[in-house]
Design a protein. Structure first.
Length: 282
């Protein structure tokens, strides 16, 4: 009875955190559209987010749907199955699409935004983010080539295709470690969170808590904590995201509370849009 109840709670937590995380991708593009501008934000965030969630989608789909990857996982983890759930795949696909949509807003010709944002700070992808993107492809390629060349017979002790999938998932993990930094620096430079939607951070924080809770419940039900060690990316994603969410909340509600905005309205005296025509303001 208790196990059945926990299974229900796990599924409920899973879909709620999926909803929270999925909804967190809407406030920023909506705010950009309302302001007709991307000023106050950096293109690095949606750019590397698109890369990260593409990798996350690929790894989750492989763990959930690939018979070979699931077989190799079972060999390494006492016959257990991956703790990846259908909601993880659904979330990753949705996040990838919304990240790409937000990225497209940095091309003024597509959305009709003011061109000041195109020339402003953070309007071009930084060399660091480009380097991470290229390096990620090279790393995955090296691991895949190693697996293909070695042909190790025992996936439990040798190189196997599951290692390629783990490498892809680590790309997402690394992206999460660095993706928030450009925006944190931008907020600090502007001494303001104007242009940055805080609603996405609140939803992200709630999703992180429920994601960790679901992972713990699933591992408890399997009576083996390898459900966590076997899915380190999901564990790390929740914790790392929540840490940076707290940083953004401190910036918004404590450090720069006199120069902040919500995602639902734009101040008429927005200094980040000072050179935009009055017709373009909302």
């Amino acid at each position: 009875m208790a196990a059945s109840f926990l299974e229900i709670i796990s599924k409920v937590f899973g879909w709620i955190y999926t909803l929270c995380w999925s909804l967190s991708f809407y406030p920023q593009p909506i705010l950009n559209f309302r302001r007709r501008s991307t000023s106050g934000t950096t293109i690095d965030f949606p750019a590397i987010n698109t890369l990260g969630f593409t990798a996350y989608l690929a790894s989750n789909a492989a763990f959930l749907y690939s018979p070979q990857i699931r077989r190799e996982y079972a060999l390494r983890y006492h016959g257990l199955t991956p703790t990846v759930q259908p909601n993880d795949v659904a979330f990753a696909a949705h996040a990838m699409i919304l990240s790409a949509l937000t990225l497209s807003q940095y091309v003024p010709a597509i959305w009709g935004f003011d061109k000041e944002g195109k020339r402003g700070p953070g309007a071009r992808i930084s060399k660091e983010i480009l380097g991470i993107t290229v390096g990620s492809f090279i790393l995955v390629g090296i691991v895949a080539l190693t697996v293909a060349v070695r042909h190790d017979e025992d996936p439990k002790t040798g190189f196997a295709w599951i290692d390629v999938i783990y490498t892809v998932s680590y790309v997402k993990l690394f992206v999460t470690l660095v993706k928030y930094l450009p925006q944190i620096i931008t907020n600090r430079r502007n001494r303001s969170t104007q242009g940055w939607a805080i609603d996405q951070i609140l939803l992200d924080f709630a999703g992180g808590l429920l994601s960790i809770a679901q992972l713990g419940i699933d591992s408890y039900l399997q009576h083996d904590w390898s459900g966590i060690t076997g899915n380190p990316v999901k564990l790390a994603l929740g914790n790392v995201a929540m840490f940076f969410d707290v940083v953004f909340m401190v910036q918004h509600y404590c450090l720069y509370q006199g120069k902040r905005e919500g995602s639902s309205a734009e101040s008429e005296e927005d200094p980040l849009l000072s050179e935009t025509s009055s017709e373009e303001r909302i």
